[in-house]
Design a binder for this molecule. Structure first.
Ligand code: ADP
Ligand code: ADP
Ligand code: MG
Length: 669
């Protein structure tokens, strides 16, 4: 066995590999670029070597520097992880030349399978069904038109050197061919320095199903079942699961055998994934083979109980596979969510910045593979994936609920992520039924938001959770005045019954709380439906809150500001405005914000005396924040900002009397 391995990668996958090495008693060497100097993978490895500036071309993609580092540190093997150099045949060859083991297949095998055209040839030779099409590079537009007519529209123009979904173009009619071909060529030339394009029939409504295989250097090839990876955005996976609802015992056997046949034909060794497309009729076709460990390997690990990295290392060290096909047992269900620094509402554009909050998680049957921590900087240099949350359950439904709980309680701030987006997919009725194709996100989402509103129960649960938190916060606030009140001599009759009016967008909920004397047990009626809510004994300033609702643990993320509570639950985020019935009646007199009405001014909601102005010119303010205090009918009333913005002008002053609708503050938005 190796004594020391260099890990030619960063982020969560570097850490993942270090963990297995530790378990196996193998020392690890990390490599890092300038910006990664303080990152987790550097700290967790036994040694770390600086390999250059932040751009990956001068660091993580620099063959020479990485191999030098391995030689210097006396490493016997290099694990490439995924991405970066993992499927680079020249790198694999250069590593081997130095007498170091590349943990992966041989460089010629990588080259043959990395090229989608030659991979398809190998598949055909092995008797594996492939997507119908023309398996040669095409250039001449006249010839292409003829070919596409034979294949049948829609067609997919695919780069031979592709990866990460780049450079592919769907063409639905002949008129689009020429421009699509040109843009496909341009994109793949830029991305891969190769502009060979071939044509495939575009399969409509398919599922992406892939088979994990493992092969040693002694002729043994096994498969570890399938993964369903149909939930994709921009041809990239977001949610993966194992097994797949679309695959039964018989189909698994057939796909598995085909994947193994392909691996044998290619002379494959180590871990690999054979990607298939499964059409609506249940026919499957080979798409490509990835000659490395996949991002989504944990779902396979969770249902097989195997450590794929350990198997990779053992195979790399020349050992025979420790198990045969009949020893592979699939147990339960696993689902993974990839959490990326990206904005679903802006077409998944990557977002960068400092992770100001990051609360990981514990939990039974939850696994977190992460490369970041609070204080990590998410830069423009590398992939936007931050971490993966993986759940296991006896059944698909158990795994799904488990992952939803995990995401409900996960708190990340500082960069925009797809966390709530991923969570909403898990809550989507179609996903629950297991009805999905690669078009799932395009079909069911608009601007990054699900088209399905929260269910009555989900929304009422959010209302109940928000109201009880609001109530307890208010209670604490009042209790802090207890001594003052006692001095003044007003006595406070304890109440066990409270009413609130909760507004969320156009919905208004009437909420009734009872149970104050019971301590933490509440009965909360939301528009007449009763929920039993158990609250924690401690303060409510937390961003993550756990409540027992109708006997079930539920997690929420919340932010609290005056009458406003922002709540995230099951992928839905809502702002709730909470009032006592009296406040609510008063607020009815507030001018209604008409569509198109000025939102950049704060108007006085009632006639009265300005007794306090809580902001200065130039201050940044947020919607819901109290800005001005007005006294009217012997009552002080805070007037909240209608928007987020900067205070530009304060046309009133303390001591002024104002009329309804008189301007108090002007904002710059
Ligand atoms: P990459 O190397 O970018 O992963 P793939 O060949 O694996 O390229 O394709 C990526 C995704 O594109 C697949 O997961 C699938 O959703 C879609 N896709 C690929 N080929 C086809 C096809 N012929 N018909 C329909 N969808 C396809
Ligand atoms: P904050 O974000 O306000 O710092 P944290 O995220 O650090 O709060 O709180 C995290 C810890 O508190 C977690 O372990 C979480 O499970 C626990 N926690 C949160 N709400 C509750 C609750 N209502 N009852 C018990 N534990 C809770
Ligand atoms: Mg692929």
């Amino acid at each position: 066995m190796f004594k020391k391995i260099l890990i030619a990668n960063r982020g969560e996958i570097a850490i993942r590999i270090i963990q297995t090495c530790k378990k196996m008693g193998i020392e690890t060497v990390a490599v890092y670029s300038d910006i990664d100097e303080r990152s987790r993978h550097v700290r967790e490895a036994d040694e770390a070597v600086h390999i250059g500036p932040s751009p990956s071309t001068s660091s993580y993609l620099d063959h020479g520097k990485i191999i030098d580092a391995a030689v210097q540190c006396g490493c016997e093997a290099i694990h490439p992880g995924y991405g970066f150099l993992s499927e680079n045949s020249e790198f694999a060859a250069a590593v081997a030349k130095k007498g170091i083991t590349f943990i992966g297949p041989g460089s010629d095998v990588i080259a043959a399978l990395g090229d989608k055209i030659s991979a398809k040839e190998i598949a055909m030779k092995a008797g594996v069904p492939v997507v119908p099409g023309h398996n040669e590079p095409v250039k001449d537009i006249k010839k292409i038109k003829k070919l596409c007519e034979d294949i049948g529209y829609p067609v997919l123009l695919k780069p031979a050197a592709g990866g990460g979904g780049r450079g592919m173009r769907i063409v639905s009619k002949p008129g689009e061919l020429e421009s699509s071909l040109k843009s496909a060529q341009d994109e793949t030339r830029k991305a891969f320095g190769d502009d060979r394009i071939f044509i495939e029939r575009f399969i409509t409504n398919p599922r992406h199903i892939e088979i994990q295989i493992m092969a040693d250097n002694h002729g043994n090839v096994i498969h570890l079942g399938e993964r369903e990876c149909s939930i994709q955005r921009r041809y990239q996976k977001v949610i993966e699961e194992a097994p797949s609802v679309a695959v039964d015992e018989d189909l698994r056997k057939r796909m598995g055998e085909m994947a193994c046949a392909l691996a044998r034909e290619a002379g494959y060794s180590n871990a690999g994934t054979v990607e298939f497309i499964l059409d609506e009729t249940g026919e499957f076709f080979f798409m490509e083979m990835n000659t490395r460990l996949q991002v989504e390997h944990p779902v396979t690990e969770m249902i097989t109980g195997l450590d794929l990295v350990e198997l990779q290392i053992k195979i790399g060290a020349g050992e025979t596979l420790p198990l045969a096909q009949q020893d592979v047992k699939l147990n339960g269900w696993a689902i993974e969510a990839r959490i990326n620094a990206e904005d679903p509402s802006r077409n998944f554009l990557p977002s960068t910045g400092l992770l100001t909050r990051y609360s990981g998680l514990r939990g039974n049957n939850i696994r977190l593979d992460s490369g970041v921590e609070a204080g990590s900087f998410v830069s423009v240099y590398y992939d936007s994936m931050l971490f993966k949350v993986i759940s296991w359950g006896e059944s698909r439904e158990d795994a799904r609920k488990n992952l939803i709980h995990a995401l409900n309680r996960f708190d990340v701030e500082g960069v925009i992520t797809n966390l709530d987006f991923a969570n909403s997919i898990l809550n989507h009725p179609q996903f629950i039924k297991g009805e999905m194709t690669t078009k799932f996100i395009d079909e069911h989402y608009e601007n990054g938001f699900t088209k399905v509103p929260p269910s009555k129960e989900q929304l009422e649960t959010m209302v109940a959770a928000s109201t009880v938190v609001f109530h307890n916060r208010q209670k604490q606030f009042h209790e802090s005045f207890k001594d003052v009140i006692a001095k003044v001599g007003t006595s406070h009759t304890p109440q066990d019954h409270f009413n609130y009016v909760v507004k969320c967008n156009d919905d208004v909920f009437e909420v009734e709380l009872t149970g104050i004397h019971l301590g933490s047990d509440w009965k909360i009626k939301v528009n007449g439906t009763e929920y039993a809510v158990e609250t924690p004994p401690f303060e409510f300033y937390r961003r993550r809150i756990r409540l027992l609702i109708n006997g079930q643990k539920q997690y929420f993320r919340q932010q609290y500001r005056g009458h406003f509570i922002w709540t995230a639950f099951c992928g839905y985020t809502r702002v709730f405005e909470i009032y006592t019935p009296r406040e609510w009646r008063l607020s009815q007199y507030m001018p209604k914000v008409e569509k198109g009405a000025q939102a950049n001014v704060l108007l006085s909601p009632l006639p009265g005396l300005v007794v306090n102005i809580l902001v200065d010119k130039g201050d940044r303010v947020y919607r819901g924040q109290d800005l001005v205090v007005i006294e009217s009918m012997k009552m002080e009333c805070g007037v909240a900002s209608p928007c987020d913005g900067l205070v530009e002008e304060i046309p009133t002053a303390v001591g002024n009397t104002v009329d309804t609708d008189e301007t108090l503050i002007k904002f710059k938005i």
